[in-house]
Ligand binder design. Structure first.
Ligand code: CP3
Length: 342
C-alpha cells in the first residue's frame, strides 16, 4: 500500500505525516472562485460533476496534498430527502424546516436520496480516474445530529437552540428524524464507496453542544451505528469521525464507535490528545485555522509542535476546522514545508 493516508489509517506511524485540509477546495483559492462564478451558484457547482471534480483537484495540483476530499456539502442529504435548500450569499444555508409531524411526513425515505445525489457519485468516478495514484479520495457526510440542527432550525443557529428545543419538547419526532438521517447517511456513504471513495468521514460539527446522555446517544452511538453498518457492507473501509467540540470525550471515541481515526478540533492540545486519544488509533488534526490567515513564525512553530507531539503514533496532519475564505494561499505552502521539512 503506497497511499500514505491509508497507511496512517491502518495504524502505521509514518516519518512524515500525510496532509490534507478541511475545506481545501474553497474561496481562499482564486481558481476556485473562477469555477464557482462559472457554475453560477454553489449548489450548481455541487451537482455538476465535471466542475465539482475540477475544484476537488485544484488544491491537489497547487499543493500536492495526500488526500482529496470530494467537493459537495453536508446539506445535500436533507435536500435529497425532499427539503428545500438554498444559499444566501454572505449568510449561509437556508432550508425548509422540520418541526412538526406534518413536516416530517413530507420527507422521503432514505433509499430515494440517490435520485438527487447521483451527480455526486459521478464526481467520485471522475476523480478516481483523474487523481494522482498516491492521492487518497475521501468521501463524506454530515452526522445526523449536525444535519438535524440545520433541518430543524432552517439555517445555522446559535447554540443549535431550535434542535435542542425540539429534542426537549417532542423527543419522539426528534428521534424519528435522527433515524431517518442515520439511514440516509449510511446509504449515501455506501454509494460513495461503491463509486470509488476510499475513506469516508463523518462531520459532526455541532457534537460539542450535546451534553451527557445526549452526546452518548446522538453523537457517539449514532456514529457507532453508521460506522458498524458501513464496515459490514464494505469490509476494511477506513472511517474518520469528527465529533467537533467533544473535549475530553475524544478519549475513548475510537473504541466506542469502531472508527479508524478521530479528527480533533483545535480546542484540545496535541500533548493531551497524544496521551489520551492517539493510543487507541489514528488521529487527525489539529492546527487552528486562524494560522492560515495570520501566518508568520507562529504558524511554523505550531505546525512543528503538532507534528512532534503526534510523532509516536499514526497521525494525519489537518486543521482543527475548515480553512476560511480570508486565508492566504501562501500560508498553506508554509505549513506544508514546515511538515515535510523542505
Ligand atoms: O472540505 C472540503 O473542501 C469539501 C467540501 C465541503 C464543503 N462543506 C464545501 C462548502 C465540506 C466537507 C463541507 C462540510 C460542511 N458544510 C459542514 C461541516 C464541516 C464544518 O465546516 O463544520 C457544514 C456545517 C456545512 C454547511 C455549510 N455549507 C455552511 C454552513 C455553509 C456556509 C458557510 C460558508 O462557509 O459559506 C456552506 C457552504 C459551503 N460548503 C462552501 C463550501 C466551499 C462555500 C460556498 C461558496 O462557495 O459560496
Amino acid at each position: 500500500m503506497t497511499k500514505t493516508i491509508l497507511r496512517a489509517l491502518a495504524g502505521e506511524t509514518l516519518e512524515v505525516p500525510p496532509i490534507w485540509m478541511m475545506r481545501q477546495a474553497g474561496r481562499y483559492l482564486p481558481e476556485y472562485k473562477e469555477v464557482r462564478a462559472q457554475a453560477g451558484d454553489f449548489l450548481s457547482l455541487c451537482y455538476t460533476p465535471e466542475l465539482a471534480a475540477e475544484v476537488t483537484l485544484q488544491p491537489i495540483r497547487r499543493y500536492g496534498f495526500d488526500g482529496a476530499i470530494l467537493f459537495a456539502d453536508i446539506l445535500l442529504v436533507p435536500q435529497a430527502l425532499g427539503a428545500d435548500l438554498w444559499f444566501v450569499t454572505g449568510e449561509g444555508p437556508r432550508l425548509s424546516t422540520v418541526t412538526t409531524e406534518a413536516d416530517f411526513e413530507k420527507l422521503g425515505r432514505g433509499e430515494m436520496i440517490h435520485d438527487t445525489l447521483s451527480p455526486v457519485y459521478e464526481t467520485i468516478r471522475i476523480l478516481r480516474r483523474e487523481l494522482p495514484a498516491e492521492t487518497t479520495l475521501i468521501g463524506f457526510a454530515g452526522a445526523p445530529w449536525t444535519v438535524a440542527t440545520y433541518m430543524i432550525g432552517g439555517r445555522g443557529t446559535k447554540d443549535q437552540g431550535p434542535a435542542h428545543a425540539l429534542k426537549a419538547e417532542n423527543r419522539a419526532l426528534f428521534e424519528r428524524l435522527m433515524e431517518r438521517l442515520t439511514e440516509a447517511t449510511i446509504d449515501y456513504l455506501s454509494a460513495q464507496v461503491e463509486a470509488g471513495a476510499e475513506v469516508v468521514k463523518l462531520f459532526d460539527s455541532w457534537a460539542g453542544s450535546l451534553q451527557g446522555e445526549d452526546f452518548d446517544r446522538y453523537t457517539r452511538d449514532t456514529a457507532r451505528t453508521i460506522v458498524g453498518e458501513l464496515k459490514a457492507r464494505h469490509p476494511g473501509l477506513p472511517v474518520i469521525v469528527f465529533p467537533r467540540g467533544a473535549g475530553e470525550r475524544f478519549a475513548g471515541f475510537h473504541a466506542a464507535t469502531g472508527a479508524d481515526c478521530v479528527a480533533l478540533d483545535d480546542a484540545v492540545s496535541p500533548e493531551w490528545a497524544a496521551e489520551h486519544v492517539q493510543p487507541s488509533g489514528c488521529v487527525q488534526g489539529n492546527l487552528a485555522n486562524t494560522h492560515m490567515v495570520t501566518g508568520g513564525d507562529a504558524l511554523v512553530r505550531e505546525t512543528r509542535r503538532i507534528v512532534e507531539d503526534f510523532s509516536k503514533g499514526p497521525h494525519i496532519f489537518n486543521l482543527g476546522h475548515g480553512i476560511t475564505p480570508d486565508a492566504d494561499p501562501a500560508n498553506v505552502q508554509v505549513m506544508i514545508d514546515a511538515i515535510r521539512g523542505s
